[in-house]
Design a protein around this ligand. Structure first.
Ligand code: ZN
Length: 372
């Protein structure tokens, strides 16, 4: 069998995944592409909601009391639940793909830029060598360090140019400690002056300080890399600078699955022909809450103890055939509400349709993900 690599480009909202096969004649060909949409923000909001209700409930009639001890510890490698879910989503999908395809290796983009390339004292002609890999690493580093905004006016969302604090014409070097990002108007206004002469003496100290939290910036990506490596496949880690370099050199548009296909050294020549990415949305597996509450956080009744009714469960993909009535026809969608009396809600037509279980056909059991 030909080698097949799973390639992953982790993102905070969406992670790109690609399976790339290597064939003797065609070279490297993308076999499968997917966008994995995470639910990190939903988790964060629900936990914040729960915390607010609990605090409200406890403090309603209770005067403030000093905490008696601090005995809460977190295990090493602990991640907040919203981040943890992202890591686990990616691990789940690499595992699933490994069961469907003869995976021989994994390539993961774990960092945005290569700090090794930056420690090279002199990276010459950064602006003039956009085709060079080092230029991309420097750009990504500067974007992260200067928070993707103009260092002089603070503008965001405008095209940014790499700018020398002390101009080249005045003896300034191409070291990253002499580089910043500026919008075109600021860059032109500054002209031949140094940053201090332009009225921004504080920038030099900021530029001298290395980006210490480069590891923290990439913490989720590292966690994803660690989890994938633990699956037992040979795993290689790459930088985002290289991905971008590969993608632009091949003239591909920016998309998560295309970025995934372009990860790493081998991503420099990949064929994408005829691939439409599968959209995978993490939906969770329903509530685990035992007691239901009213809107004030007071317990109001217990949750149903049965999750599965007549072989159906919330989250299942089902087809509903209604011979007559207002919604007559065939509808396909997710079951969003299960009742013990056998009447289920189906998400369809932009709302809900309620019908008895005899009208439903199970297409796919809910597995915590929705597909499009
Ligand atoms: Zn500016």
């Amino acid at each position: 069998m030909q080698p097949v690599a799973a390639q992953v480009d982790p993102g905070s909202k969406t992670t790109g995944i690609a399976l790339v096969g290597e064939f003797p004649q065609q070279g490297r060909v993308v076999l499968f592409g997917a966008h994995l949409h995470h639910r990190g923000e939903a988790i964060r909001q629900r936990l914040a909601n729960r915390r607010a209700r609990r605090q409200g409930r406890r403090q309603r009639n209770t005067p403030y009391r000093e905490p008696r001890c601090d005995n809460r510890t977190r295990s090493p490698g602990w991640l907040p639940p919203s981040l943890h879910s992202r890591v686990e989503n990616v691990a789940t999908w690499v595992k699933r793909l490994a069961s469907l395809a003869p995976l021989s290796e994994c390539h993961v983009e774990t960092v945005r830029f290569d700090t090794q390339a930056l420690q090279h004292p002199e990276i010459s002609g950064v602006e003039y060598q956009q085709g060079e890999l080092a230029g991309y690493e420097v750009r990504e580093y500067l974007l992260e360090k200067w928070r993707r905004r103009c260092a002089y006016c603070g503008n965001e969302g405008v095209p940014l140019e790499i700018e020398h604090l002390t101009p080249r014409s005045r003896g300034g070097s191409n070291r990253v400690s002499n580089l910043t990002l500026a919008c075109t108007p600021c860059n032109q206004k500054k002209g031949d002056r140094t940053a201090a002469e332009f009225g921004h003496p504080e920038l030099q100290a900021k530029a001298n300080a290395p980006l210490k939290d480069a590891a923290a910036v990439n913490s989720i990506r590292f966690a994803i890399g660690t989890v994938i490596r633990a699956l037992g496949l040979p795993t290689a880690f790459w930088t985002g600078g290289r991905t971008k370099h590969n993608r632009i050199k091949q003239g591909y548009p920016k998309d998560h699955w295309i970025d995934a296909a372009c990860v790493g050294e081998a991503g420099a020549a990949v064929s994408l022909d005829g691939i439409t990415p599968l959209h995978i949305r993490a939906t969770g597996r329903g509530k685990y809450q035992v007691g239901r509450t009213d809107k004030y956080g007071f317990p109001r009744g217990a949750a149903g103890r049965i999750k599965r009714v007549h072989g159906f469960q919330t989250g299942d993909l089902a087809r509903l055939c209604l011979p007559k009535g207002k919604y007559a026809g065939v509808h396909t969608g997710r079951i969003v509400g299960i009742r013990a009396n056998g009447r289920f809600d189906l998400a369809a037509l932009g709302g809900k349709i309620t019908a008895t279980y005899q009208r439903y056909t199970l297409l796919q059991q809910g597995d915590g993900y929705a597909y499009a």
